[in-house]
Write a protein that binds this ligand. Structure first.
Ligand code: BTN
Length: 253
């Protein structure tokens, strides 16, 4: 795994771990100890992988790539708010080209196959120390079919990259492509065209959805995003509003 990154100076130091609780937690610890971003943490096995909204993230060793990339973050709130969707867009763009497949983003942090199965999930955490902001972008990518038993609720929604691509690949190759995409995104200095770049991959577009805004549940039809990353929802009143929510669920009728 290490050698795959040796030509990728821009990604910084690579910490390759056999087993860890969570690569995001480990990256936060490295930052606290003074390690300078950018750097990458990859683990063969996570025993307490973290998902969004305090969920657990289950991953089988050698089947799912578990990686966290720490990158310096600008003070611009729009660049910060839009970071996860910008990263997701860049990852879809490079993986589509490299692996000849079609991918989608289920706003804000999931990568889906054309069949609507979850190929990858992202967990973005922010560390602020002495006014310096660093983002830890954790990503779990289901590269290969797990060999062991998995919970039926996970199996139902889970997709694997090997099932939807047109050529063989190695997990370390995906790690390199994705780490580079994250570091490249962190160097962007404007949110211009975020919404239009995202629209090619928008899984929710036109679908009837429900979003939990923390205080209220809002229903309507998804109609893209705005450049700063919020979801645009066409409400029952006919008004289209950007919504800053944590998650959107598709309403099945
Ligand atoms: C989600 O879908 O809820 C996000 C899942 C994020 C999982 C990745 S695996 C690498 C990194 N380390 C973690 O503990 N979580 C992220």
């Amino acid at each position: 795994m290490l050698s795959a990154f040796s030509d990728t100076k821009k990604c910084g130091e690579i910490f390759w771990l056999d087993s860890i609780d969570s690569t995001n937690t480990y990256a936060l610890k490295l930052l606290s100890e003074g390690t300078q971003a950018p750097f990458v943490v990859v683990a063969r096995e996570q025993n307490a992988g973290k998902g969004r909204l305090s969920r657990k993230w289950y991953a089988e060793p050698d089947a799912t790539l578990c990686m966290s990339v720490a990158v310096p973050m600008s003070d611009d709130p729009n660049l910060l708010r839009s970071f996860t969707v910008r990263v997701a867009t860049e990852i879809c763009s490079v993986l589509e080209k490299e692996l000849l497949t079609r991918l989608f983003i289920k706003w804000p942090n999931d990568i889906y196959s054309e069949q609507g199965k979850k190929i990858a999930g992202m967990l973005t955490e922010l560390k602020i120390e002495k006014n310096k902001k660093t983002i830890i972008l954790g990503i779990g990518i289901n590269c290969f079919k797990p060999k062991g038993d998995i919970d039926s609720s996970i199996a139902e929604t889970m997709g694997v990259l090997e099932d939807v691509v047109k050529r063989d690949f190695l997990m370390c190759e995906i790690a390199k492509i994705v780490a580079s995409a994250i570091v490249n995104t962190s160097k962007e200095i404007s949110i211009e065209n975020v919404a239009s770049n995202f629209s090619k991959y928008d899984w929710l577009k036109g679908k009837e959805i429900q979003v939990d805004t923390g205080g209220a549940v809002v229903s309507g039809f998804a109609s893209g995003i705005v450049d700063s990353g919020e979801l645009l929802v066409n409400l029952e009143t006919g008004e289209t509003r950007p919504i800053a929510a944590l998650e959107a669920s598709i309403l099945k009728k």
